[in-house]
Design a protein around this ligand. Structure first.
Ligand code: ADP
Ligand code: MG
Length: 622
């Protein structure tokens, strides 16, 4: 019999365990659920406090860990042991963040620039996954405290441009926090769901999701068809957000009061005080015309129009990104049916106006922009819980996935824009006799040569039993699960030897890089086709030389001296043109070698067959 529980917080019956939706933000994080009675998404909050938990972790000298509003205080007092913006480090190497290193006030380890970054606090090292897991653990505890029930299952959101590494890192952080992460969901998809978009299967809509948070700006163009969300394009700036608005206000006051840059570096407390007042002023000006306050005898004033003047350039930048996103999606402005506003900074009236006038239509801002992503994650969680059976949300892979084959060619197993979950498999074989291992290198991208794509992972299938080249059957299968995480498996079918990995790539990709990869594939299409043909011709030539040499070595005694000499010459000629880069010449000389060896190969085959029939055996000619 199924267990039925009563939730003493809500007083309602609870048939199954609650699945929560989590927005793990760069600046703020929060948890939402579908209320069991009202069936509406609600953000969880303790009495008299905000639903938002600042994504800040402070490590005390006594070994304590504090998360959220409490930890935020230490940003000034103990910057070296107070970690903010850990999300920016997810799945990144030091090289990826090198140009923005000065942004972080804590110590990021830079000795191994190729591998994933770590943060040093005192004598301890933390990975971004561990840091995020501390935030998630805190959110989980808060939720349990509010709901008075264990919380172990969650849907967690990530930016649409997050790659496999960053998604996997987020999933790992969840696991480490004791959460079973049922789905990694794109933030713009979540925001759309919170507005009920995509919940009607008949509906076809193109949506622009404009997300301006504390430190980041994202614009995503989505298309929904039959409940499937497809990301058409993404753009943005990972170092532009509400914090920059605050900075502009601080600047305004510094000019007004004649405070120099140097005096602020000297007086850290004043600097922090100004920053805090600036954020308060900004928020105040979202609903009022002017702000005034005093700090250390300084009179601080700013009007809404002065503020708008100061941030005009920043807003302009976000609008330029919107244009670029439309261009990338190959859409005109009027193709956008709905514009959804996300992120605390979209409360600024000038931001709303700019976005609305750019797209030429009113924006959707009725759902709280701080909470909208978490609320949508809760909608998704509810669907997964089976409470909303009609819907199965699908996503789409942004880039093709494949493996490296002979000559460094990209062999695509799952092509870009495939609906996920999805799987694909293909068979490969060995190139050398007795080859016992096979290297499987997994790549992502649209170019024909793997060197132009992005390597995700690599592993060796070992222990293939000794067999002649070409005999082993190695099946490589790709499975992308519903979270967009790739599992690669290689299996030698004759022996059953098997090896698999979940892709844990070394590097992060920025949204800009994903775009560039797509663009590159278009601009290099012609060139790629030529290169592929050349590589294939070279590979074929190399293989023919090898098999011919092997054949002559084994069966030399059955060949005439003329045949051996002609073969030697044809091989030498072919070898001399392989490096030429002239595909037609290579093909011509390959054919020439073939026409020398074909007659005697056939003759020997016939002899082998007739001898076999007459009961004698001859070594296998090939
Ligand atoms: P993130 O998604 O990056 O975690 P949020 O969506 O929570 O961030 O946005 C945080 C930002 O929103 C902060 O810069 C904050 O100052 C700003 N913000 C919050 N409320 C308002 C408001 N009323 N007016 C203007 N900005 C606001
Ligand atoms: Mg956000």
């Amino acid at each position: 019999m199924a267990k039925i529980g009563i939730n003493i917080a809500t007083g309602s019956l609870q048939q199954s365990e609650m699945i929560v939706g989590i927005d793990l933000g760069t600046t703020n994080s929060l948890v939402a659920i579908i209320h069991p009675e009202s069936r509406q998404p609600v953000a969880l909050q303790e009495h008299n406090s905000s639903s938002l938990v600042p994504s800040v972790v402070h490590f005390g000298e006594d070994g304590s860990v504090v998360v959220g509003e409490e930890a935020k205080k230490f940003l000034v007092l103990a910057p070296q042991s107070t970690i903010f913006s850990a999300k920016r480090l997810m799945g990144k190497s030091y090289n990826d963040i090198r140009t923005n290193a000065s942004f972080f006030t804590y110590r990021i380890i830079d000795d191994n620039t190729e591998s994933l970054v770590k943060v040093q606090v005192g004598s301890k090292f933390y990975s971004p996954v561990e840091l995020s897991s501390l935030i998630l653990k805190d959110l989980k505890q808060r939720a349990e405290h509010i709901l008075k029930t264990p919380v172990t299952k969650a849907v967690i959101t990530v930016p649409a441009y997050f790659n496999d590494a960053q998604r996997q890192a987020t999933r790992d952080a969840g696991k480490l926090a004791g959460l079973d992460v049922l789905r990694i969901l794109n933030e713009p998809t979540a925001a759309s769901l919170a507005y009920g978009l995509g919940l009607n299967k008949e509906e076809e809509k193109t949506i622009a999701v404009y997300d301006l948070g504390g430190g980041t700006f994202d614009i995503s163009i989505l298309k929904i068809t039959q409940g499937i969300f497809e990301v058409l394009s993404t753009n943005g700036d990972t170092y532009l957000g509400g914090d920059d608005f605050d900075q502009m206000i601080v600047k305004h006051w510094m000019e007004q009061l004649g405070i120099s840059e140097a005096s602020l570096i000297e007086d850290k407390t004043l600097a922090q005080e100004l920053r805090l007042r600036a954020e308060a002023a900004k928020k105040w000006l979202s609903n009022n015309e002017s702000f005034s306050d005093a700090v250390n005898g300084h009179q601080l004033r700013i009007t809404r129009s002065q503020f708008e003047q100061a941030v005009q350039g920043l807003i302009r930048k976000t609008i330029d990104s919107c244009s670029q996103a439309l261009r990338d999606a190959k859409l005109e402005k009027d193709a956008i049916d709905v514009v959804v506003m996300v992120g605390g900074s979209t409360r600024v009236p000038a931001v709303k106006q700019a976005v609305s006038s750019f797209f030429g239509k009113p924006v959707n801002d009725s759902v709280n922009p701080d909470e909208v992503v978490a609320l949508g994650a809760a909608v998704q969680a509810d669907i997964l819980a089976g409470n909303n059976k009609e819907f199965l949300l699908l996503d789409i892979t942004p880039l093709s996935l494949g493996i490296e084959t002979m000559g460094g060619l990209m062999d695509v197993l799952i092509s870009r824009n495939s609906k996920i979950p999805t799987k694909a498999a293909r068979q490969y074989t060995t190139q050398k006799d007795g080859q016992s291992g096979m290297r499987i290198s997994v790549y992502q991208g649209e170019r024909d040569l793997v060197k132009d794509n992005r390597k995700l992972a690599e592993f060796n299938l070992e222990g293939i039993p000794g067999m002649p080249a070409g005999l082993p059957k190695v099946e490589v299968s790709f499975l992308i699960n519903a979270d967009g995480i790739l599992v690669v498996r290689a299996r030698e079918l004759r022996s059953g030897v098997e090896q698999s990995i979940e892709v844990t790539p070394q590097y992060g990709l920025t949204d800009q890089q994903v775009e560039n990869m797509l663009l590159d594939s278009l601009t290099h299409a012609q060139e790629d086709i030529k290169t592929r043909a050349l590589v294939e011709a070279r590979t074929e030539a190399g293989q023919l030389i090898e098999t011919t040499e092997r054949f002559v070595e084994k069966n030399g005694s059955y060949l005439t001296a003329d045949e051996i000499e002609a073969t030697r010459q044809a091989i030498a000629t072919l070898q001399s043109v392989i490096a030429s880069g002239n595909k037609d010449l290579i093909s011509e000389k390959t054919e020439a070698l073939n026409s020398v060896s074909r007659p005697y190969a056939e003759r020997l085959m016939d002899e082998a067959v007739s001898k076999a029939i007459s009961g004698k055996t001859l070594s296998d000619p090939i």
